[in-house]
Write a protein that binds this ligand. Structure first.
Ligand SMILES: N[C@@H](CCC(=O)N[C@@H](CS)C(=O)NCC(=O)O)C(=O)O
Length: 199
């Protein structure tokens, strides 16, 4: 049986969601200490998530999710055309390069770091940086219900999972209302609810 390492409160939450969405039976393994030699054999970076799919080991949340969707997901989660695959790669890389770093900066400087190490200026600069990619997302979603058209795919899951911490970091999505509604719709999916209820 496949094993997914990492808590739903970490980036492993994304991969738990992908596994649930694809209907994969898996064992969920918490990793209290990511730098122990046993775990470093699975992910030498000492990060979660990692996937052990019956001996095939993968790390990097987006790679895991694209693999899970391709191997176990049926269309439309994993589209049936190469053009559709290209769009999934595009949005998945886009959210990691354009959205994730500023989101994490806000998260660290508003929530995660001890109060005396937080710098609200870093959070405000990161929020400013998010404006352009959020407009790209909003403009795109004005043309279709989901990122690739009428149906939810792994591209939506990956982008929505990166944006899912918006609610905790006081990221005001009201200037991009189409993206805001799309995010809400994605996060209400039963597979996301099941993944979020895990430890
Ligand atoms: N780019 C990696 C980042 C993984 C990552 O930084 N995970 C964090 C949790 S959100 C982690 O493992 N932190 C614990 C540690 O580094 O010991 C991915 O998307 O999988």
């Amino acid at each position: 049986m496949a094993k997914l390492y990492g808590s739903s409160m970490s980036r492993a939450g994304r991969s738990l969601w992908a596994l649930e969405e694809a209907g994969v039976k898996f064992e969920h393994v918490l990793v209290p200490e990511t730098r122990k030699p046993e775990y470093l054999k699975i992910n030498p970076n000492g990060h979660v998530p990692a996937l052990d799919d019956n001996g095939t080991i993968l790390w990097e949340s987006m790679a895991i999710n694209l693999y899970v969707a391709e191997k176990y997901g049926k269309a439309p989660l994993w589209p049936s055309t190469v053009e559709g695959h290209g769009a999934c790669y595009q949005w998945s890389l886009w959210c990691m390069t354009e959205i994730e770093t500023p989101m994490i900066d806000v998260f660290m400087h508003r929530i995660m770091l001890p109060a005396d190490q937080r710098d609200e200026k870093v959070a405000v600069a990161a929020l400013e940086k998010l404006k352009a990619p959020l407009k790209v997302l909003d403009d795109h979603l004005q043309k279709s219900d989901y990122l690739l058209g009428k149906e939810f795919t792994i591209a939506d899951l990956n982008v929505a999972s990166v944006l899912s911490i918006a609610q905790y970091i006081q990221l005001d999505l009201s200037p991009t209302p189409t993206a805001q509604k799309w995010l809400q719709k994605c996060l209400e999916r039963p597979a996301h609810q099941r993944a979020s209820a895990m430890k």
